[in-house]
Design a protein around this ligand. Structure first.
Ligand code: HMG
Length: 389
């Protein structure tokens, strides 16, 4: 029996900043962002949107299409948690009106969290094939203004239904993992912005890739030629090119040409180039970009997946795209969402960046911006108030 991704839905906020504008404001050559990092736009969540509303908006089409009757596990992976105690999954559970028989928990390990959730859900469904699980990954990537990480900021959410005999991607049982206690990127509880040793983090990402890949190769007996397309965690899209080149080097293969890289990776990078880093959602945003936009029918193709979370946890695994997968995608919905986005000017971006949540426990109603199907409407006595639109 195959187990894997049966539905796959992505959501990004309605507002974005063009990185040409950020480059102008910072006095940086725009090519550093566009070519050097491979980023064009960053998604900016408005003040009445957070990871809960983004994840619920990503999940809604899945629940609307398939119902929630067979759902008994909801795992929400995020490093932008909204409460130290209550799982963000429970807010989503309420917004989506999921059955009270469905467990709801939150999971964290930087950008790796959704992969841990996916693997746990696959094991769960393998043991209970008549049931399904909903995996959410949502984050808001924030660095200090004027820091090297600033142009890689972003926001977005992924939702995946995990089921037996999946319509989109059957997950292979083999995997290779690399875990190591390092300080490449972190966010202390008292900070809104992440701290990062940027160049070091890229070196750890690549070294962990080789270690995870070697373990995957030993477990599966597969070489790089087994994958029609790879998908990598995307802190910025140039990172995928560096990753693919590093894998070639580790395998003793000639370096891929820029044309090879574009052919193998191009379709998986389009969404991220326009949202920025979405942390826990990022790898799966790359997967949905590949499946939505690749003109070639990938049915039957094996996809290699590399998940990396700073700190660090890395995993290389794979899956086989299912014949007829296109019918289970939400490609038209994603296209319409990107087409309808609203551009911010630089000052609007900075104004939104500086907004802080009131901490006085009073009554606060937030102005209404354009959000997905849900909004973070305000605060009352330290409680977050959400509403469906
Ligand atoms: P930087 O150090 O300012 O940039 O920031 P740089 O000087 O390394 O330049 C970047 C690239 O642009 C270089 O290309 C330059 O040559 C090129 P490369 O040498 O790498 O091929 N460049 C230009 N190209 C064309 N025209 C120009 C031009 N100027 C320069 N005029 C850095 C880069 C990644 C360090 C920064 O953005 C950063 O700190 N980002 C945040 C951390 C990050 O994304 N790390 C990635 C690995 S860790 C990870 O993936 C986990 C993470 O997602 C978090 C989690 O797990 O939760 C971050």
């Amino acid at each position: 029996m195959n187990v894997g991704i049966d539905r796959l839905s992505f959501y990004a906020p309605s507002y974005f900043l063009d990185l040409h504008k950020l480059a102008a404001a910072r006095g940086v050559d725009k090519d550093k962002y566009v070519l050097g990092l491979g980023q064009e736009r960053m998604a900016v969540p408005p003040p009445d949107e957070d990871v809960v509303t983004m994840a619920a908006s990503a999940a809604l089409p899945i629940v609307e299409a398939g119902g929630a009757g067979d759902l008994d596990l909801l795992i929400f992976a995020t490093e932008t948690g909204v409460d130290q105690s209550k799982a963000a999954a429970l807010f989503v559970h309420g917004l989506l009106e999921l059955p009270s028989s469905c467990r709801a928990i939150e999971m964290k390990e930087a950008c790796y969290g959704a992969t841990a959730a996916l693997q746990l859900a696959c094991a769960w469904v393998a043991a209970h094939p008549e049931r399904s699980a909903l995996i959410l990954g949502a984050d808001i990537a924030r660095y200090d203004l004027r820091s090297p990480g600033e142009p890689t900021q972003g926001a977005g959410a992924i939702a995946m239904r995990i089921a037996a005999n999946p319509r989109i991607l059957a997950i292979d049982p083999e995997h290779g993992v690399h875990a190591e206690d390092v300080m490449d990127f972190w966010r202390p509880n008292y900070r809104e912005e992440a701290l990062v040793d940027g160049q070091y983090s890229t070196r750890v990402y690549l070294a962990s890739l080789v270690s995870a890949w070697e373990r995957y190769r030993a477990a599966s007996g597969r070489g790089l030629d087994a994958f029609r397309r790879p998908c990598f965690h995307l802190p910025f899209t140039r990172m995928a090119e560096k990753a693919q080149m590093r894998l070639h080097r580790a395998a003793g293969l000639p370096a891929p040409t820029p044309e090879d890289l574009q052919r193998i990776l191009g379709d998986s990078l389009g969404y991220n180039r326009n949202t920025g880093n979405t942390y826990a959602a990022s790898l799966y945003e790359g997967l949905v970009s590949l499946l939505d936009t690749c003109p070639e029918d990938l049915g039957g193709a094996r996809v290699g997946l590399y998940s990396y979370g700073s700190g660090c946890m890395a995993e290389f695994f794979s899956g086989v795209v299912q014949p007829g997968y296109r019918e289970a995608l939400f490609a038209a919905r994603h296209r319409a969402m990107f087409d309808a986005r609203i551009e911010l000017d630089y000052q609007q971006y900075e104004d939104i960046f500086h907004l802080a949540l009131p901490k006085d426990g009073g009554e606060h109603a937030f102005a209404q911006y354009r959000t997905g199907s849900f909004r973070f409407a305000g605060l009352s006595q330290h409680k977050r108030i959400y509403e469906a639109l």
